[in-house]
Ligand binder design. Structure first.
Ligand SMILES: [Zn+2]
Ligand SMILES: [Zn+2]
Length: 505
């Protein structure tokens, strides 16, 4: 029954929208791109940073940043794929900009909210239920509670508005484009959550235990105003395949509330905090991904109600003889061994080993890091997929992640297996499959005539690597549960050990 109703709804909306294949001129495309970048890719601000200098944000650099964020081919050009993403309905909060790094969160866990006004697209009770359910998404995984107040001050306010609207530095853009925006706890307008009234808002509510109870969607008071707005969409020339003309208020509200609680945009496509609107396949699905949960729990901690806790993988045991690592790097006098969401801090020559969680130290760093190294500028670079993050003096640097293309890798490289910095030469070695690249930290450029075959230059090692680091002039390479100690000068393996030899097991 539900899928039939959904079919009726989508049929009713889609016939009204003609297809406009490539109707924009080159100049219009450039204008659209410029406007998009001004809005969502603000100038970077990386004060006091050494080593990785902030680049002068030219149009091309910002296009590249946008392409990196969305995992597109980093061409620096306004190509068809880029334009397609730029036309998708999305959130109005920038992906890169001043308020992207939003910690800390609210200083209390009992928060209030108020619905300031309503959209005529939906029944009032459906608005209220949608908003309440949007808050429940976050209270399910944190100690936060949200209670509704009907008047007076509230921590979080919910408001529908169009175009330029009072007491807000951002504006709306009519149908499609930006759907909503919100301000984080660090912003003077903290707690303001605004929705673009020029969109067609729908309730996508399913009561527990009854999937057929799909209400709020097909009533006349919902469909009529939505269809009334549809002709406006024609004049905008949006190709139909890029657009959705109805937006699930609960889903968009849950995303915006995420900002109001302190979260920035995620580049993980399945995350609720991904900037672009993606309807749920099944409205009963819980909209948070692990990335969202990791992010919000890094600010507020996990839920106090044990039944709400998402299932966590069991903690790896450091003395397990089969243990393997995702990445290893020195960090000043320590060596850190990363695995999943945790890392061990080892102080060589000392029996102490500490287990820490990545999100506690660096909330914006994802789990399952694939490579890491420390350079001579007190910076540690972490790699996952084709992105890297930089911490400097234990602080996560804003403006990251960036694509590894910035380091000189070709686009064909999708991930780095291991990285290790050689203090004696100022060179960093990057291992990818059976090849390696060498990077000069002083000139910040890849050395010429790379990649080379690992086994040609590291005789005795014919494995791919999980991780590598340098200690006392030796490289240690890790694969599975074993490690190889390599003498760079003699160019030979001088020992093969168990992985966990660093842990005093
Ligand atoms: Zn957003
Ligand atoms: Zn606003």
């Amino acid at each position: 029954m539900k899928s039939f109703l959904l079919f009726l709804v989508s049929a009713a909306f889609s016939y009204a929208l003609p297809i406009f294949p490539g109707e924009r001129s080159e100049e219009q495309n450039m204008q659209l791109a410029q406007k998009y970048l001004n809005q969502f890719y603000e100038q970077e601000n990386e004060p006091g940073q050494r080593g990785w200098k902030s680049k002068n944000s030219s149009f091309m650099t910002r296009i590249q940043e946008m392409q990196e964020f969305f995992g597109l081919n980093v061409t620096g050009k306004v190509d068809a794929d880029t334009l397609e993403v730029m036309q998708q309905p999305r959130c109005g909060v920038p992906d890169i900009g001043q308020y992207v790094l939003t910690l800390p969160g609210w200083k209390k866990t009992k928060l209030t909210y108020r619905i300031v006004n309503y959209t005529p697209d939906m029944k009032r009770t459906d608005v209220e239920t949608s908003i309440q359910k949007a808050f429940e998404v976050w209270s399910a995984v944190t100690p936060l509670t949200f209670s509704r107040v009907h008047k007076g001050r509230a921590d979080i306010t919910i408001e529908f508005a169009t175009g330029v609207h009072p007491r807000c530095p951002r504006q709306f853009d009519g149908p499609l484009g930006v759907l909503g925006h919100a301000f984080p706890p660090s912003h003077p307008l903290r707690g303001n959550v605004h929705f673009d009234e020029d969109e067609n808002w729908i309730a996508n509510l399913v009561e527990q235990g009854g999937a057929d109870n799909y209400h709020g969607t097909l009533t006349d008071d919902v469909v009529a105003p939505a269809l009334k707005k549809a002709p406006e969409l024609r004049s905008l020339g949006f190709p139909r395949q890029y657009t959705t003309v109805e937006f699930d208020l609960r889903l968009v509200a849950a995303h915006e509330i995420g900002h109001a609680l302190g979260l920035a945009h995620s580049s993980v496509p399945g995350a609720l905090m991904y900037p672009n609107y993606k309807p749920l396949n099944d409205p009963t699905d819980f909209p948070l991904s692990q990335d969202d949960i990791d992010g919000i729990q890094a600010i507020y901690g996990p839920s106090l109600n044990p039944s709400n806790k998402p299932v966590k993988p069991t903690l790896p045991k450091m003395c397990d003889p089969k243990i393997s690592f995702d990445a290893i790097t020195t960090l000043r006098r320590e060596v850190i061994f990363l695995k999943g969401r945790q890392f061990w801090r080892v102080y060589p020559g000392n029996s102490e080993v500490d287990l820490e969680s990545i999100s506690t130290f660096w909330p914006s760093l994802p789990s399952d890091i694939q490579a890491a190294y420390e350079n001579m500028n007190d910076q540690v670079l972490f790699f996952k997929g084709n992105h890297f993050w930089v911490i400097s003096g234990f602080q996560m640097q804003p403006g990251y992640p960036k694509a590894i293309g910035h380091l000189g890798f070709p686009q064909t490289v999708k991930k780095i297996d291991a990285a290790v910095f050689d203090k004696n030469t100022g060179k960093t070695y990057f291992f990818v499959g059976n090849q390696y690249w060498r990077y000069d930290e002083n000139s910040q450029a890849m050395d010429e005539d790379f990649p080379r075959i690992i086994s040609d230059d590291f005789p005795g090692i014919d494995e791919t690597f999980d991780a590598a680091f340098e200690h006392n002039g030796f490289f240690y390479f890790f694969h599975g549960s074993r490690q190889w100690k390599f003498d760079l000068n003699a160019k030979r393996v001088i020992g093969v050990m168990k992985n966990n030899s660093w842990f005093n097991c």
